[in-house]
Design a binder for this molecule. Structure first.
Ligand code: HEM
Length: 543
């Protein structure tokens, strides 16, 4: 039979190939045009929301965000366009930022299940900070949180406080000895204080969360401390982009946890730019091994505790294991795998955040000597009669409380977080389509003049004794955010910060390391000092 194909085989095959390519190219061009121009300028229901110009045609305002110090450009936009701001990022991606308590209440509290952390964020957190409270949502989160809440109760924190002091006094001794052995002890010595605080807080969290002694202050080669240190050294914007790209490759997440991948991780170093992934796999493997050991010790201890053989342990893992053992019937139980993930969660969520919060507090005290002197008067009168103040004694120091809260307000260790609209709805009078990213601007809200007054940007602990009328106790200070996902370690972190600051300030004096010093905050997930924060430290008896 004669067909078009047999008559004009060449013409027809060319025609079809060309048409396919042409139609495909037109489709792609339309998609790109729609995403970059049509959607943000003409179609998006958010197009009339206030906000900065759309910016670069491909990357939107992303370049200005990368160029600015953490939160600075968002603060500027909040001042110029707030309290509701639309920002267009790369490839036409829209982000909404809200300051109004009503909007924040809807996103974080009343409709929280509909506004989860975005999938890519959960995956990054899962890989680096465990698959647990930070990655679950809805019912699973509710049940997990219910199982864990008792371990973070005030009663347990009270029982734990004395565990802080071995690392704190260990740090004090190291700093003191180094100053005393310097050429002129009266002028003190410059320390990269963040590094030291990071070691002390790692030792504290390991003791209080797992009853595990790292003693990284004296023993940097400890297996957990070393593996974890390598993991946190990976924290940078380029590595974050690399990890986000890798975990979107189907199957990569499962593969990276396998023994085979661990054995062959060196293959990744052969590909340019992929060696951080090899370090990630190695660190995770080592941390998981230590976590499994910790869990099996806790499980045998829990049997002994149940049979009354030994005194009850006070660390959080022991409490979780004991609670799990008591649980009978069909109720929710944390599995062994869940428990191992909690080790990473407590490290990932509780260590760097507290270390950064402490470093920023010491910086603010160094920059405000009169506040430091006033604080020293309060803490010295207590420490001289009570070298290891307990939870209640720490809580009673009012000026210390004001200093810590003010520091956490002005320089919050987690400067922002994200949510994603799981449904289309009106938020603060603006129609927000499903899938829109919501930027929870912690550092912007914490310094928003609308809540805190004209001196909102200043470090002034006294404001905590006379809070402004517009202050809203849930939504004016977002350092630990609000709602069902609020930080479970809030009270633990504040108590630990108070204990460290009280002991250090009673004994040491902190000053900027050099004239004109300015801080170098860096933000990948937490906001920490990029330069490890050099500070001049002197003995109190020499000032
Ligand atoms: C100054 C220290 C700390 C700060 C500033 C801080 C801040 C935060 C913030 C902002 C969140 C919410 C993140 C989001 O929803 O996207 C959070 C969640 C969390 N934090 Fe903290 N945190 C600190 C210390 C701790 C400590 C010491 C622990 C535990 C040992 C801890 C454990 C957690 C956990 C498990 C979550 C997830 C809660 C959930 O989703 O239910 N944090 N933290």
């Amino acid at each position: 039979m004669v067909t078009l194909q047999t008559l004009f085989p060449e013409a027809l095959s060319k025609f079809s190939l060309h048409s396919v390519i042409l139609v495909f190219s037109l489709f792609v061009a339309y998609k790109v045009f729609r995403q970059l121009i049509l959607w943000p300028y003409f179609l998006s229901p958010l197009r009339s929301a206030p906000g900065p110009p759309l910016g670069n045609p491909i990357f939107g305002q992303f370049p200005s965000i990368l160029r600015s110090k953490p939160g600075v450009v968002h603060s500027k936009w909040a001042k110029e366009h707030g309290p509701t701001v639309r920002v267009v990022g790369p490839f036409g991606m829209e982000k909404m930022m809200y300051m109004n308590p009503e909007a924040l209440h809807k996103i974080l509290v009343s409709d929280w299940v509909e506004y989860p952390r975005p999938e890519f964020m959960r995956r990054v957190l899962g890989v680096t900070a465990g698959w647990g409270l930070l990655t679950t949502t809805g019912d699973e989160h509710r049940q997990m949180r219910k199982a864990m809440n008792p371990a973070f109760s005030i009663a347990n924190l009270t029982a734990q406080t004395d565990m802080y002091y071995e690392p704190i006094y260990g740090l004090l001794d190291i700093l003191r000895q180094e100053i005393q052995s310097s050429t002129d002890p009266s002028t003190g010595k410059v320390f990269h204080i963040y590094e030291w605080l990071s070691k002390a807080t790692l030792d504290i969290i390991c003791l209080t969360a797992f009853g595990y002694k790292t003693d990284s202050l004296h023993n940097p080669d400890n297996e957990l401390a070393d593996a974890y240190h390598k993991l946190i050294e990976l924290q940078s914007m380029p590595n974050l982009v690399l990890f986000i790209s890798l975990i979107t490759v189907p199957g990569f997440l499962r593969l990276m946890k396998t023994e085979w991948m661990y054995e062959h991780r060196s293959w990744l170093t052969l590909i340019r730019g992929l060696s951080p992934a090899a370090t990630l796999i190695e660190s995770m493997h080592r941390i998981n091994n230590v976590a499994s050991q910790i869990l099996s010790e806790k499980t045998s201890e829990a049997s002994a505790v149940m049979s009354g053989d030994t005194a009850s342990k006070r660390d959080i893992m022991s409490l979780l294991v004991q609670a799990r053992k008591r649980e009978v019937g069909e109720g929710y139980r944390l599995s062994d795998a869940d428990m191992i993930e909690q080790v990473l969660t407590f490290l990932g969520a509780g260590h760097e955040t507290t270390a950064s919060g402490l470093a920023w507090t010491l910086w603010l005290l160094a920059e405000h000597p009169s506040v430091q002197t006033k604080l020293r008067a309060e803490v010295t009168s207590l420490i001289s009669s009570n070298a290891k103040p307990d939870f209640r004694a720490l809580k009673q120091m009012e000026y210390l409380d004001a200093v810590i809260m003010e520091s956490l307000r002005v320089l919050p260790p987690v400067p922002m977080t994200l949510r994603k609209a799981g449904k289309s709805d009106f938020v603060d009078g603006v129609f927000v389509p499903k899938g829109t990213l919501l930027y929870i601007a912690i550092s912007v809200v914490n310094k928003f003049k609308g809540f805190w007054g004209d001196d909102a940007e200043d470090f002034r602990p006294e404001r905590w004794f006379d809070l402004p009328k517009c202050y809203n106790q849930h939504f004016s200070l977002l350092t630990f955010i609000a709602g069902p996902h609020h930080c479970i370690g809030r009270t633990m972190a504040i108590t630990e910060m108070k204990a460290v600051v009280a002991i250090l300030i009673a004994n040491l004096h902190f000053e900027p390391a050099f004239d004109g010093q300015i801080i170098q905050p860096t933000a990948a997930v937490t906001m920490k000092p990029d330069d490890n924060l050099p500070l001049r430290v002197r003995l109190v008896e020499n000032i």
